[in-house]
Design a binder for this molecule. Structure first.
Ligand SMILES: [Zn+2]
Length: 250
């Protein structure tokens, strides 16, 4: 078992090192989408992450709640990942293009609708395997130490990107990819107004940082399905509030 794990880790390193680590260096400098720029509001909650996090029982559920308190099972891997027919800011083949089938169809429709409204979008990063998240997180730890790294990078098993249901997007010029300057752009405003029509929510809204534990990320879209997305958008909630799972404040 240990040998298998080691083998997988080594394989993952070889496959991912080139794309990931080159990406890391850039992303570290620009509020990293991979790290989701965590707001350290409840730092004490995050410290004993492994002790306090609950392992998610239904990781394949479309509206699954993944956050610092709800961690994906170590072996979980979505089994219906496909490449949506949309453009990304990079041209190479990568698992970062993939999403679960239902979310992939939905993001194609969202991009097409935006295009029809004169809004050109590009994908920045969608699926990320746990192995990739581990490499990324450990890289940040090696650079900044654990305490600092966990304030801006999601611990393995707690990134929504591992579900294949999340995607970071940006405008056609590729500027402001996963950066604060995306906020207030025509693309961000269009997403605020229309994402829910295609089953997506702005997962880390402004003003809800203490609930989600993340800073406002107008570029991070999470697929939850049309009904729940409409409900969440109409009521101005987060997914945590939707599931009444707001972390206890300390
Ligand atoms: Zn993201």
């Amino acid at each position: 078992m240990l040998t298998m794990v080691k083998f997988h880790l080594e394989l993952a390193c070889v496959v991912l090192l080139a794309t990931l680590l080159t990406g890391c260096l850039e992303k570290k400098q620009m509020a990293p989408d991979d790290g989701e720029a965590v707001v350290p509001v409840n730092k004490s909650t995050f410290k004993n992450h492994d002790d306090e996090a609950k392992v998610i029982a239904n990781p394949e559920s479309i509206p699954v709640l993944v956050n610092k308190e709800n961690i994906l099972p170590e072996s979980y891997q979505p089994n219906d990942l496909v490449e949506p027919d949309i453009s990304f800011i990079f041209s190479e083949k990568s698992e970062k293009r993939k999403m679960r089938a239902e979310a992939a169809t939905a993001i194609e429709k969202l991009f097409a609708a935006a295009h029809a409204d004169g809004i050109a979008l590009l994908g920045v990063s969608a699926y990320r395997s746990r192995a990739a998240q581990e490499i990324l997180f450990h890289y940040y730890v090696s650079q900044d130490g654990y305490e600092t790294a966990q304030t801006y990078s999601a611990l393995p098993g707690t990134s929504e990107h591992e579900t294949g249901l999340a995607i970071d997007v940006t405008g056609a010029d590729g500027k402001c990819a996963a950066e604060d300057c995306f906020s207030g752009s025509p693309e961000a405003r269009w997403l605020e107004d229309h994402a829910a029509e295609y089953g997506f929510i702005i997962r880390y809204p402004r003003g809800k940082e203490a609930i989600t534990g993340y800073q406002y990320e107008p570029w991070h879209l999470r697929y939850v399905g049309k009904k729940i997305a409409a409900d969440i958008a109409t009521r101005g909630m987060t997914l945590e509030e939707y599931f009444k799972a707001i972390p206890v404040s300390k």
